[in-house]
Design a protein. Structure first.
Length: 223
């Protein structure tokens, strides 16, 4: 059974989320105060997913996320009534994997939880005939005859595509998620990353099957 830590101070929302997650066969630990959750994390962070409200009494969700990241790489999903681009970037820069603005659709929440907990359970993902180790950032061919070391940025982009497999991901979203606002790359930077991925993963880089361009929008990843 997957374990989820939910930190949400609005009781009506937290109980609704907890009830529906338990109906989906998740084990849920609930906190209504950021300080209580922070104290708990000093002794227990063995969860498959953390769901955090951003605005919490005691300690904010952003600060909780930073604390969590000092202990574990388990996925973090933010819930917040603050849904501006700046707020989302702040959450992602703190180490979150996803950000869902309030009010949200319950079915969408459950879908995102399923995707994030599935990703957390995987240590190796396959792309074509290649395997990517999510812990070591190594890409290896069958039999480990050939291997390539990915950079931290490349790995973050692979993980984003993995989470959003089959969906079109806009270049602007990629820039916000991977680079944030402290750096000023251009969309051409993303294009160069994709070209490198195609050299590594595609049998024919000129006829890609995994990293597909969507003209005027961004890219779609297919395993």
């Amino acid at each position: 059974m997957k374990r989820i830590c939910l930190v949400e101070d609005e009781s009506s929302i937290s109980e609704m989320i907890r009830l529906n997650l338990e109906m989906e066969n998740y084990e849920v630990t609930l906190f209504d105060n950021g300080q209580k959750a922070s104290d708990h994390f000093t002794s227990e962070v063995n969860y498959d997913l953390f769901i955090l409200d951003v605005m919490l009494p005691g300690v904010s969700g952003v600060e909780l996320c930073k604390t969590i990241r000092s202990y574990t790489s388990a996925p973090v999903l933010f819930l917040s009534a603050k849904g501006t681009t700046v707020d989302r970037i702040e959450g992602l820069k703190a180490g979150a994997n996803d950000y869902l603005p309030k009010p949200f659709d319950l079915e969408e929440l459950l879908l995102r939880v399923a995707v994030l907990t599935q990703s957390a359970a995987e240590e190796v993902i396959s792309i074509g005939n290649w395997e990517v180790d999510l812990k070591t950032f190594m890409v290896s061919s069958p039999g480990n005859e050939t291997s390539t070391q990915l950079s931290k940025k490349e790995m973050a982009l692979i993980q984003l595509f993995h989470e959003r497999e089959g969906e079109v991901v806009a270049r602007t979203e990629i820039l916000d998620r991977i680079w944030g606002t402290d750096q000023y790359p251009t969309t051409r930077t993303i294009d160069n990353f994709i070209l490198n991925f195609r050299k590594i993963f595609e049998e024919d880089p000129r006829n890609p099957q995994h990293f597909l361009s969507v003209r005027g929008v961004g890219y779609k990843f297919m395993r």
